[in-house]
Design a protein around this ligand. Structure first.
Ligand code: PHE
Length: 338
Protein backbone atom coordinates (compact mmCIF):
# COMPACT_ATOMS: atom_id res chain seq x y z
CA UNK A 1 0.00 0.00 0.00
CA UNK A 2 2.84 2.36 0.77
CA UNK A 3 4.12 1.93 -2.77
CA UNK A 4 0.66 2.01 -4.29
CA UNK A 5 0.19 5.45 -2.72
CA UNK A 6 3.55 6.58 -4.07
CA UNK A 7 2.64 5.42 -7.55
CA UNK A 8 -0.73 7.16 -7.37
CA UNK A 9 1.01 10.39 -6.58
CA UNK A 10 3.51 9.98 -9.37
CA UNK A 11 3.22 13.13 -11.47
CA UNK A 12 6.13 13.21 -13.88
CA UNK A 13 7.16 16.55 -15.39
CA UNK A 14 9.90 15.28 -17.67
CA UNK A 15 11.10 12.15 -19.40
CA UNK A 16 13.84 11.99 -16.72
CA UNK A 17 11.10 11.53 -14.06
CA UNK A 18 9.64 8.71 -16.09
CA UNK A 19 13.02 7.05 -16.39
CA UNK A 20 13.62 7.35 -12.63
CA UNK A 21 10.24 5.70 -12.03
CA UNK A 22 11.26 2.81 -14.22
CA UNK A 23 14.59 2.44 -12.43
CA UNK A 24 12.90 2.47 -9.04
CA UNK A 25 10.07 0.02 -9.71
CA UNK A 26 10.50 -1.99 -12.83
CA UNK A 27 14.12 -3.02 -13.40
CA UNK A 28 15.40 -6.39 -12.19
CA UNK A 29 16.65 -4.92 -8.89
CA UNK A 30 13.55 -2.72 -8.57
CA UNK A 31 10.77 -2.77 -6.02
CA UNK A 32 8.34 -4.95 -7.95
CA UNK A 33 10.92 -7.67 -8.40
CA UNK A 34 12.02 -7.55 -4.74
CA UNK A 35 8.39 -7.81 -3.55
CA UNK A 36 7.99 -10.91 -5.70
CA UNK A 37 11.20 -12.32 -4.18
CA UNK A 38 9.80 -11.75 -0.68
CA UNK A 39 6.53 -13.35 -1.76
CA UNK A 40 8.35 -16.66 -2.32
CA UNK A 41 9.15 -16.87 1.38
CA UNK A 42 5.58 -16.56 2.79
CA UNK A 43 3.19 -19.35 3.67
CA UNK A 44 0.78 -20.98 1.21
CA UNK A 45 -2.30 -19.29 2.75
CA UNK A 46 -0.72 -15.88 2.66
CA UNK A 47 0.32 -16.46 -0.93
CA UNK A 48 -3.29 -16.77 -2.05
CA UNK A 49 -4.20 -13.31 -0.81
CA UNK A 50 -0.88 -11.63 -1.44
CA UNK A 51 -0.56 -13.08 -4.91
CA UNK A 52 -3.57 -11.16 -6.14
CA UNK A 53 -2.49 -7.96 -4.43
CA UNK A 54 0.99 -8.21 -5.82
CA UNK A 55 -0.16 -8.89 -9.35
CA UNK A 56 -2.48 -5.91 -9.23
CA UNK A 57 0.36 -3.78 -7.91
CA UNK A 58 2.66 -4.93 -10.64
CA UNK A 59 0.11 -4.19 -13.35
CA UNK A 60 -0.61 -0.81 -11.82
CA UNK A 61 3.08 0.12 -11.81
CA UNK A 62 3.53 -1.02 -15.38
CA UNK A 63 0.46 0.80 -16.58
CA UNK A 64 1.50 4.01 -14.84
CA UNK A 65 4.90 3.79 -16.40
CA UNK A 66 3.47 3.04 -19.84
CA UNK A 67 1.15 6.04 -19.74
CA UNK A 68 3.82 8.41 -18.53
CA UNK A 69 6.24 7.13 -21.11
CA UNK A 70 3.78 7.65 -23.93
CA UNK A 71 2.94 11.10 -22.69
CA UNK A 72 6.53 12.24 -22.56
CA UNK A 73 7.54 10.35 -25.65
CA UNK A 74 4.77 12.11 -27.57
CA UNK A 75 5.60 15.46 -26.01
CA UNK A 76 9.19 15.01 -26.95
CA UNK A 77 8.55 14.41 -30.62
CA UNK A 78 6.12 17.30 -30.70
CA UNK A 79 8.83 19.51 -29.25
CA UNK A 80 11.17 18.31 -31.94
CA UNK A 81 8.68 19.10 -34.65
CA UNK A 82 8.15 22.62 -33.40
CA UNK A 83 11.87 23.32 -33.73
CA UNK A 84 11.24 24.16 -37.40
CA UNK A 85 8.56 26.52 -38.64
CA UNK A 86 6.55 24.51 -41.09
CA UNK A 87 5.08 27.61 -42.67
CA UNK A 88 8.48 28.83 -43.86
CA UNK A 89 9.16 28.40 -47.59
CA UNK A 90 11.40 25.42 -48.39
CA UNK A 91 15.02 25.71 -49.40
CA UNK A 92 15.14 25.76 -53.20
CA UNK A 93 17.07 23.07 -55.04
CA UNK A 94 20.36 24.39 -56.34
CA UNK A 95 20.59 24.06 -60.09
CA UNK A 96 23.89 23.63 -61.85
CA UNK A 97 25.04 26.00 -64.55
CA UNK A 98 26.06 25.53 -68.13
CA UNK A 99 29.73 24.93 -68.76
CA UNK A 100 31.38 27.97 -70.40
CA UNK A 101 32.42 25.84 -73.38
CA UNK A 102 28.82 24.72 -73.86
CA UNK A 103 27.65 28.32 -73.64
CA UNK A 104 30.06 29.44 -76.33
CA UNK A 105 29.48 26.41 -78.54
CA UNK A 106 25.76 27.13 -78.37
CA UNK A 107 26.36 30.74 -79.30
CA UNK A 108 28.55 29.80 -82.27
CA UNK A 109 25.98 27.27 -83.47
CA UNK A 110 23.16 29.83 -83.20
CA UNK A 111 25.05 32.36 -85.31
CA UNK A 112 25.77 29.91 -88.11
CA UNK A 113 22.27 28.43 -87.97
CA UNK A 114 20.89 31.82 -88.93
CA UNK A 115 23.10 31.69 -92.01
CA UNK A 116 21.64 28.33 -93.00
CA UNK A 117 24.38 26.05 -91.64
CA UNK A 118 23.28 22.72 -90.15
CA UNK A 119 25.09 20.92 -87.32
CA UNK A 120 26.91 17.75 -88.30
CA UNK A 121 28.64 15.29 -85.97
CA UNK A 122 30.95 12.31 -86.32
CA UNK A 123 32.95 9.79 -84.28
CA UNK A 124 35.86 10.77 -82.01
CA UNK A 125 37.65 7.54 -82.90
CA UNK A 126 38.59 7.92 -86.54
CA UNK A 127 40.57 6.10 -89.19
CA UNK A 128 43.49 7.58 -91.07
CA UNK A 129 41.41 8.09 -94.20
CA UNK A 130 38.91 10.48 -92.62
CA UNK A 131 41.35 12.28 -90.36
CA UNK A 132 44.25 12.57 -92.85
CA UNK A 133 44.34 10.87 -96.24
CA UNK A 134 41.04 12.14 -97.65
CA UNK A 135 42.06 15.61 -96.47
CA UNK A 136 45.05 15.57 -98.75
CA UNK A 137 47.69 14.58 -96.19
CA UNK A 138 49.88 12.18 -98.21
CA UNK A 139 51.52 9.39 -96.18
CA UNK A 140 54.77 10.58 -94.58
CA UNK A 141 53.71 14.19 -95.18
CA UNK A 142 55.27 16.41 -92.49
CA UNK A 143 51.93 18.16 -91.94
CA UNK A 144 50.81 15.03 -90.10
CA UNK A 145 53.27 16.01 -87.41
CA UNK A 146 51.56 19.39 -86.99
CA UNK A 147 48.90 17.50 -85.10
CA UNK A 148 50.41 15.19 -82.51
CA UNK A 149 48.18 12.22 -82.98
CA UNK A 150 47.05 9.62 -80.45
CA UNK A 151 47.10 6.25 -82.16
CA UNK A 152 44.71 3.57 -81.01
CA UNK A 153 45.64 0.84 -83.47
CA UNK A 154 48.25 0.66 -86.18
CA UNK A 155 46.93 -1.12 -89.24
CA UNK A 156 48.23 -1.33 -92.78
CA UNK A 157 47.38 1.91 -94.58
CA UNK A 158 44.52 2.91 -92.27
CA UNK A 159 45.55 3.48 -88.65
CA UNK A 160 42.85 4.01 -86.04
CA UNK A 161 43.37 7.29 -84.14
CA UNK A 162 41.59 9.77 -81.95
CA UNK A 163 40.56 12.53 -84.35
CA UNK A 164 42.87 15.52 -84.24
CA UNK A 165 40.30 17.87 -85.79
CA UNK A 166 36.66 17.75 -86.80
CA UNK A 167 37.63 18.13 -90.46
CA UNK A 168 37.05 14.36 -90.45
CA UNK A 169 33.34 15.12 -90.19
CA UNK A 170 33.58 17.22 -93.36
CA UNK A 171 34.83 14.16 -95.20
CA UNK A 172 32.03 11.99 -93.81
CA UNK A 173 29.44 14.59 -94.74
CA UNK A 174 30.68 14.97 -98.33
CA UNK A 175 31.06 11.23 -98.85
CA UNK A 176 27.49 10.65 -97.76
CA UNK A 177 25.67 13.34 -99.73
CA UNK A 178 25.50 15.70 -102.66
CA UNK A 179 26.30 19.43 -102.77
CA UNK A 180 25.36 21.99 -101.69
CA UNK A 181 26.80 21.46 -98.20
CA UNK A 182 26.50 24.09 -95.54
CA UNK A 183 27.36 22.66 -92.15
CA UNK A 184 29.30 23.24 -88.96
CA UNK A 185 30.94 20.47 -86.96
CA UNK A 186 31.31 21.02 -83.25
CA UNK A 187 33.14 18.34 -81.30
CA UNK A 188 35.96 17.18 -79.09
CA UNK A 189 39.38 16.55 -80.62
CA UNK A 190 42.59 15.07 -79.22
CA UNK A 191 46.26 15.94 -79.55
CA UNK A 192 49.21 14.42 -77.79
CA UNK A 193 50.50 17.53 -76.05
CA UNK A 194 51.82 18.12 -72.56
CA UNK A 195 49.11 19.63 -70.37
CA UNK A 196 49.74 23.25 -69.38
CA UNK A 197 47.88 26.54 -69.06
CA UNK A 198 48.04 26.90 -72.84
CA UNK A 199 47.69 23.35 -74.16
CA UNK A 200 45.73 20.23 -73.30
CA UNK A 201 45.51 16.71 -74.66
CA UNK A 202 41.95 17.38 -75.77
CA UNK A 203 40.01 20.46 -76.73
CA UNK A 204 36.89 21.41 -78.66
CA UNK A 205 36.46 22.70 -82.16
CA UNK A 206 33.80 24.06 -84.39
CA UNK A 207 34.68 23.58 -88.02
CA UNK A 208 32.56 24.73 -90.91
CA UNK A 209 32.13 23.77 -94.54
CA UNK A 210 30.32 25.45 -97.41
CA UNK A 211 30.39 23.75 -100.81
CA UNK A 212 28.30 24.84 -103.77
CA UNK A 213 28.75 26.21 -107.28
CA UNK A 214 30.72 29.45 -107.44
CA UNK A 215 31.69 29.70 -103.77
CA UNK A 216 34.57 32.18 -103.51
CA UNK A 217 37.06 33.52 -101.02
CA UNK A 218 34.87 36.63 -100.75
CA UNK A 219 32.07 34.42 -99.38
CA UNK A 220 34.49 33.02 -96.81
CA UNK A 221 35.61 36.46 -95.70
CA UNK A 222 32.12 37.88 -95.43
CA UNK A 223 30.77 34.86 -93.54
CA UNK A 224 33.57 34.92 -90.98
CA UNK A 225 33.42 38.71 -90.69
CA UNK A 226 29.71 38.49 -89.94
CA UNK A 227 30.35 35.72 -87.41
CA UNK A 228 32.87 37.82 -85.50
CA UNK A 229 30.55 40.85 -85.39
CA UNK A 230 27.82 38.66 -83.92
CA UNK A 231 30.04 36.94 -81.37
CA UNK A 232 32.33 39.74 -80.19
CA UNK A 233 30.23 42.78 -81.11
CA UNK A 234 29.98 45.30 -83.93
CA UNK A 235 33.22 46.95 -84.85
CA UNK A 236 35.47 43.97 -84.09
CA UNK A 237 38.07 44.01 -86.83
CA UNK A 238 39.41 41.02 -88.70
CA UNK A 239 42.53 40.39 -90.72
CA UNK A 240 43.61 37.39 -92.76
CA UNK A 241 47.17 36.12 -92.90
CA UNK A 242 48.35 33.58 -95.49
CA UNK A 243 48.86 30.13 -93.97
CA UNK A 244 49.08 26.49 -94.91
CA UNK A 245 46.75 23.51 -94.45
CA UNK A 246 46.93 20.45 -96.71
CA UNK A 247 43.16 20.48 -97.25
CA UNK A 248 42.72 24.12 -98.25
CA UNK A 249 44.26 26.20 -101.01
CA UNK A 250 44.70 29.07 -100.55
CA UNK A 251 44.75 28.91 -96.75
CA UNK A 252 44.62 31.66 -94.18
CA UNK A 253 44.55 32.34 -90.49
CA UNK A 254 42.13 34.90 -89.22
CA UNK A 255 42.94 37.35 -86.43
CA UNK A 256 40.50 39.63 -84.66
CA UNK A 257 41.26 42.95 -83.00
CA UNK A 258 42.00 42.12 -79.36
CA UNK A 259 38.75 41.80 -77.41
CA UNK A 260 40.32 43.24 -74.26
CA UNK A 261 42.25 46.31 -75.41
CA UNK A 262 40.35 46.76 -78.71
CA UNK A 263 43.62 46.90 -80.55
CA UNK A 264 45.44 49.29 -78.24
CA UNK A 265 47.84 46.64 -76.99
CA UNK A 266 47.71 44.50 -73.85
CA UNK A 267 49.14 41.34 -72.35
CA UNK A 268 46.52 39.09 -73.93
CA UNK A 269 47.48 40.07 -77.49
CA UNK A 270 51.14 40.46 -76.56
CA UNK A 271 50.83 44.17 -77.40
CA UNK A 272 50.12 43.42 -81.06
CA UNK A 273 46.44 44.41 -80.91
CA UNK A 274 45.48 41.17 -82.71
CA UNK A 275 44.62 37.63 -81.63
CA UNK A 276 44.34 34.60 -83.86
CA UNK A 277 41.03 32.76 -83.66
CA UNK A 278 40.75 30.39 -86.60
CA UNK A 279 42.21 28.69 -89.64
CA UNK A 280 40.38 28.72 -92.96
CA UNK A 281 40.71 28.44 -96.72
CA UNK A 282 39.19 27.27 -99.98
CA UNK A 283 38.67 23.50 -99.97
CA UNK A 284 41.47 21.90 -101.99
CA UNK A 285 40.04 20.32 -105.18
CA UNK A 286 41.83 17.09 -104.24
CA UNK A 287 39.67 16.87 -101.11
CA UNK A 288 36.48 17.32 -103.11
CA UNK A 289 37.60 14.61 -105.54
CA UNK A 290 38.53 12.28 -102.67
CA UNK A 291 35.00 12.64 -101.35
CA UNK A 292 33.34 12.04 -104.69
CA UNK A 293 32.46 15.68 -105.41
CA UNK A 294 33.09 17.07 -108.90
CA UNK A 295 35.80 19.69 -108.27
CA UNK A 296 35.30 21.19 -111.75
CA UNK A 297 31.72 22.05 -110.94
CA UNK A 298 31.89 22.82 -107.21
CA UNK A 299 34.08 24.89 -104.93
CA UNK A 300 33.90 25.57 -101.24
CA UNK A 301 35.40 27.11 -98.17
CA UNK A 302 36.17 25.62 -94.78
CA UNK A 303 37.22 26.98 -91.42
CA UNK A 304 38.04 25.63 -88.00
CA UNK A 305 38.31 27.22 -84.58
CA UNK A 306 39.04 26.05 -81.05
CA UNK A 307 36.11 26.71 -78.72
CA UNK A 308 38.53 27.11 -75.79
CA UNK A 309 40.36 29.91 -77.55
CA UNK A 310 37.14 31.69 -78.46
CA UNK A 311 35.91 31.30 -74.86
CA UNK A 312 39.16 32.57 -73.35
CA UNK A 313 38.83 35.74 -75.37
CA UNK A 314 35.21 36.18 -74.43
CA UNK A 315 35.59 35.59 -70.68
CA UNK A 316 39.27 36.40 -70.15
CA UNK A 317 40.15 32.91 -68.96
CA UNK A 318 43.89 32.47 -68.71
CA UNK A 319 44.30 28.79 -67.91
CA UNK A 320 42.94 26.05 -70.19
CA UNK A 321 43.00 23.52 -67.40
CA UNK A 322 40.10 25.29 -65.65
CA UNK A 323 37.77 23.94 -68.32
CA UNK A 324 38.28 20.34 -67.29
CA UNK A 325 38.88 20.53 -63.54
CA UNK A 326 35.23 20.86 -62.51
CA UNK A 327 36.00 23.43 -59.84
CA UNK A 328 32.63 24.88 -58.80
CA UNK A 329 34.28 28.19 -57.88
CA UNK A 330 35.04 28.52 -61.59
CA UNK A 331 31.87 26.96 -62.97
CA UNK A 332 29.46 28.89 -60.74
CA UNK A 333 30.68 32.15 -62.25
CA UNK A 334 28.65 31.25 -65.34
CA UNK A 335 25.39 30.76 -63.45
CA UNK A 336 23.80 33.93 -64.75
CA UNK A 337 24.44 32.99 -68.38
CA UNK A 338 21.89 30.96 -70.28
N1 PHE B 1 41.51 21.54 -89.22
C1 PHE B 1 42.32 22.70 -88.92
C2 PHE B 1 42.93 22.51 -87.53
O1 PHE B 1 42.45 21.71 -86.79
C3 PHE B 1 41.52 23.95 -88.95
C4 PHE B 1 41.02 24.28 -90.31
C5 PHE B 1 39.78 23.82 -90.72
C6 PHE B 1 41.78 25.02 -91.18
C7 PHE B 1 39.32 24.12 -91.99
C8 PHE B 1 41.33 25.33 -92.42
C9 PHE B 1 40.11 24.89 -92.85
O2 PHE B 1 43.88 23.14 -87.20
Amino acid sequence: TQYTEEIKQFAPTSSADVENFRLKFLVSKGIVKSLFDEFKTVSVEEKRVLGMVLNEFKQFAEKTYQEAHEKFGANKSQAQKSEGDLTLPGQGLKLGSRHPLSLVRKEIVEIFKKLGFIVSEGPEIEDDWHNFSALNFPPEHPARDMQDTFFIKKQEGNDITLRTHTSSVQVRLMEAGKPPFRAIMPGRVYRNEAISARAHCFFHQVEGLYVDENVSFADLKQTLFHFVQELYGEGTQVRFRPSYFPFTEPSAEMDISCTICKGAGCQLCKYSGWVEILGCGMVDPNVLDNCGIDSKKYSGFAFGMGIERVTNLKYEIKDLRLFSENDVRFLSQFESEI
